[in-house]
Design a protein around this ligand. Structure first.
Ligand code: F0G
Length: 349
């Protein structure tokens, strides 16, 4: 039964007897064994950690539940974050659940419609700045110094600890850590969280090994790959449209300690992987999420991996967050007269 991450992983989280038992039954997401894509790529053991089934449709819920519970415990009245969309949706939902005010600062016109809808309907105060995510985060960092607002971006260590529960779940499901974990990288909190999680579980004797982490940025927003901030990040994968990630150094450490890589994938490669996941596996994820699979294809093509590894790709968010993109890429259906013969003619039956 889903109990939420605080109840399930209490011993591994910074919770006390005074931490409110906040939950929307997040976590416990499926680890789906790949069939057709695995065959296509020639990798015998591939899994998808599908985070789209979380209550607000992304992995952010894992960290947000802990961050908001700790904010409540500390007596905060309001939470604030900068976001490319998913963090704001999670912050708005968990703040509503907890009876706190939420303020979300987003780059105007650059977040998917579903995510904006979530923040709106949960009653967050939304500030749409004419700038990038990086501008939004810079503003939020200053606001928390001036006002009694609890920061719930992944700079908040409780977010990272909550997100580490995804690593615990993977080990619990497989009976050990995989050899390789592929995931998209934006603000770099999630790669940091996975690495913390795998290390901690390994130390606790729950896993015999730690995976190599393969992180993927979008080519137009790949500061870690380039080794310098990107002034005007650009990619179709708006969730990871970030030019100066907050957890940059920690991501580099996770890469190096794990013997992994952080590389770039083009928008075209991301879109191809997004389509393949939907058409060959029945999994509808976000464009940004598909960067993990685009990256895996690249890693196999370049010989960074030989395919014999046990591999997990993290699919960070649900495709329904952004139906406009799917419809644009899929092509809108043409109108057909409401007659059997017309439908037969249209289908060529
Ligand atoms: N995938 C999705 C769907 C995301 O929303 C994000 C980040 C990432 C991957 C990258 O994770 O930032 O931890 O490296 N979204 C943040 C947000 C930035 O505001 O929702 P990261």
């Amino acid at each position: 039964m889903k109990t939420g991450v605080i109840a399930r992983y209490r011993d591994f989280l910074p919770v006390t007897d005074h931490t409110p038992p906040l939950t929307l039954n997040e976590g416990d997401t499926p680890l789906i064994r790949s069939r057709r894509l695995a065959e296509l790529l020639g990798v015998p053991e591939l899994y998808f950690k599908y985070e789209g089934t979380n209550p607000t449709g992304s992995f952010k819920d894992r960290g947000m539940v802990v961050a908001v519970a700790k904010a409540l415990e500390a007596g905060s009245r309001a939470v604030i974050c900068a976001s490319t969309g998913n963090t704001s949706a999670a912050a708005a939902a968990y703040a509503a659940r907890a009876g706190l005010e939420a303020i979300v600062v987003i780059p105007r016109g650059k977040i998917a419609g579903g995510k904006l809808a979530q923040a709106l309907i949960h009653g967050a105060r939304i500030v749409a700045v004419d700038g990038s995510f990086d501008d939004a985060l810079r503003i939020v960092r200053t606001l928390i110094e001036r006002h009694p607002l609890a920061l719930v971006n992944s700079i908040n260590p409780h977010r990272i600890e909550g997100q580490a529960t995804a690593a615990y779940e993977i080990v619990d499901a497989l009976g050990d850590a995989p050899d390789v974990l592929c995931l998209p990288v934006g603000n770099a909190g999630n790669i940091t969280a996975y690495w913390e999680g795998f290390k901690r579980y390994h130390r606790a004797g729950r896993a015999s090994q730690r995976p190599r982490l393969f992180g993927f940025q979008a080519a137009g927003a790949a500061p870690i790959v380039l080794g310098r901030p990107v002034e005007r990040p650009s990619t179709v994968a708006t969730a990871i449209r970030i030019g100066n990630p907050a957890s940059w150094q920690r991501a580099v450490r996770a890469r190096d300690e794990s013997g992994g890589r952080i590389e770039a994938v083009t928008d075209e490669e991301i879109v191809d992987a997004y389509r393949l996941l939907a058409s060959h596996e029945g999994i509808f994820c976000e464009l940004a999420s598909a960067a993990s699979v685009a990256g895996l294809r690249k890693a196999l093509a370049n010989g960074w991996l030989d395919g014999s590894e046990r591999i997990v790709c993290v699919l960070t968010g649900h495709g329904l967050k952004d139906p406009d993109t799917a419809i644009r890429l899929g092509g809108r259906p043409e109108p057909v007269p409401p007659r059997v013969e017309a439908v037969e003619a249209y289908l060529g039956l």
